[in-house]
Design a protein around this ligand. Structure first.
Ligand SMILES: Nc1ncnc2c1ncn2[C@@H]1O[C@H](COP(=O)(O)OP(=O)(O)OP(=O)(O)O)[C@@H](O)[C@H]1O
Ligand SMILES: CC(=O)N[C@H]1[C@@H]2OC[C@@H](O2)[C@@H](O)[C@@H]1O[C@H](C)C(=O)O
Length: 397
């Protein structure tokens, strides 16, 4: 309908846009909702985070997602039902938040929805001849648009794959637009379920900007803390601090083929799960390790593989600063080992003006802003950062 196109055209030409960024990551902890005011685009983007919250998922919702999450074999009906269901639930969470914040729906121009990743299968992992890189996010944008009456952009990762990428990491675009700084080599490290980072060179050359996943962030820690200690995660790294890293198990865990693949690469809980850890424990014949030692070793695995990946990019001897975000930035043991491994300054991204817990949701708002109001961007011919606009548009009516 032309009225929708006219409205979108108007939004694209406004001096600033109010965009809600949504992120629900691999930790299944909840939906991050960030209300952003965005002016300009590309490297001229000026963003203010006006409101942020994480709406926690209730256990029932989490369990419904877990039925299909990162599983090779599932009940197909469950997947089919979850696609609209997650969209509707996310839409309702937005409406509730806007009401609590006293923000009229009509003040919001756009929603940028990541959706829920249920499976991630880059070619390097599935290895099936003829099949492309693949990833699947559900929670359809049409349901969010109709529920909230707000134009919604969603499903950002498919275009990245269509343009030659693995569908991730996408944070790199917003990282460059918002946080690149002349004179400082910056590593923006995000430790969610899976860890990834963006390298922003001190000369701000977009063609040198680099991004990759590194492997596990918190996903293994969460799984084992849930199993052994009946808690959702190792708060502040307290359990890890009470255990000892087991060098034999750590080496066995590091022998996984993923860690030998060249960078950039991407991964998910399809690879980093119970089976992987259990089979490493069996292989190293360490069946009597304490639970605390296992958590300490898994924390060291995350820290060491993050550090190896950063070393691979920062091999020039130049100084750099790490800005950490994501839930793992709250884990003191994880942070301390990264600091020690790299002898680098490690700060929180919060020092750059955006809360580390909000960063990913904010970056999806930036991607939507680029799709609607941006111009061409070019990050060179290297793997992993195609210069394309991402996000599919859902109109409310
Ligand atoms: N105080 C804390 N101490 C230790 N770990 C914490 C703390 N708070 C959060 N976390 C960890 O952070 C995780 C959530 O992180 P985050 O929300 O960044 O992940 P995500 O966005 O779901 O994942 P991804 O970025 O891989 O998609 C929790 O599951 C937990 O492991
Ligand atoms: C397929 C998928 O959802 N990947 C996530 C996941 O969580 C962290 C890491 O793996 C990253 O590659 C990506 O998310 C962030 C937001 C990204 O694309 O930058």
């Amino acid at each position: 309908m032309k009225k929708h196109i006219d409205k979108l055209h108007k939004i694209a030409h406004q001096r600033s846009r109010k965009i809600i960024g949504l992120m629900s990551g691999t930790s299944l902890d909840g939906l991050d909702i960030a209300v952003c005011n965005v002016e300009g685009s590309g490297t001229d983007t000026a963003l203010t985070l006006e409101k942020f919250t994480t709406v926690p998922y209730d256990e029932d919702f989490r369990n419904e997602i877990r039925k299909v999450f990162a599983k090779r074999e599932i009940d197909f009906q469950q997947l089919c039902l979850l696609n609209p269901y997650i969209g509707i639930r996310h839409g309702q969470m937005i409406l509730d938040c806007l009401e609590n914040w006293n923000i009229p729906m009509t003040n919001i121009d756009l929603i940028a929805s990541h959706g829920q990743t249920v499976f991630h299968a880059p070619k390097k992992q599935h290895k099936l001849t003829g099949f492309p890189n693949a990833t699947l996010q559900i929670g359809d944008g049409d349901h969010i648009a109709v529920k909230t009456n707000i134009i919604t952009l969603s499903d950002f990762r498919q275009k990245h794959i269509a343009a030659g990428g693995e569908g991730a990491p996408l944070a790199v675009y917003g990282d460059y637009f918002l946080f690149s700084k002349k004179g400082e080599n910056r590593i923006l490290l995000n430790m969610g379920g899976i860890a990834n980072f963006t390298f922003l060179p001190a000369n701000q050359d977009a063609e040198v900007v680099f991004t990759t996943d590194t492997g596990p962030g918190n996903t293994l820690l969460d799984a084992y803390t849930r199993r052994f200690f009946h808690k959702p995660y190792d708060k502040d790294g307290e359990i890890a601090a009470s255990g000892k890293v087991n060098a034999v198990l750590l080496e066995e865990l590091k022998s996984l083929s993923f860690f030998k693949l060249p960078y950039p690469k991407t991964t998910g809980p399809e690879v980093f799960n119970f089976n992987y850890v259990e089979s490493a424990i069996q292989k190293s014949k360490l069946t009597s390790l304490t639970r605390q030692d296992i958590i300490a070793t898994l924390t060291a695995l995350s820290a060491d593989t993050i550090s190896d990946a950063i070393r691979n990019v920062m091999d020039t001897g130049e100084a750099f600063t790490i800005y950490a975000s994501g839930g793992g930035a709250h884990n003191a043991v994880l942070m301390a080992r990264i600091r020690e491994n790299l002898s680098a300054t490690v700060k929180l991204i919060d020092e750059l003006g955006i809360s580390g817990d909000a960063k990913e949701a904010v970056l999806f708002a930036v991607l939507a802003n680029e799709a609607i109001a941006g111009t061409d961007s070019f990050f060179g011919e290297k793997d992993g950062v195609p210069g394309v606009s991402m996000g599919k548009i859902s109109f409310p009516g």
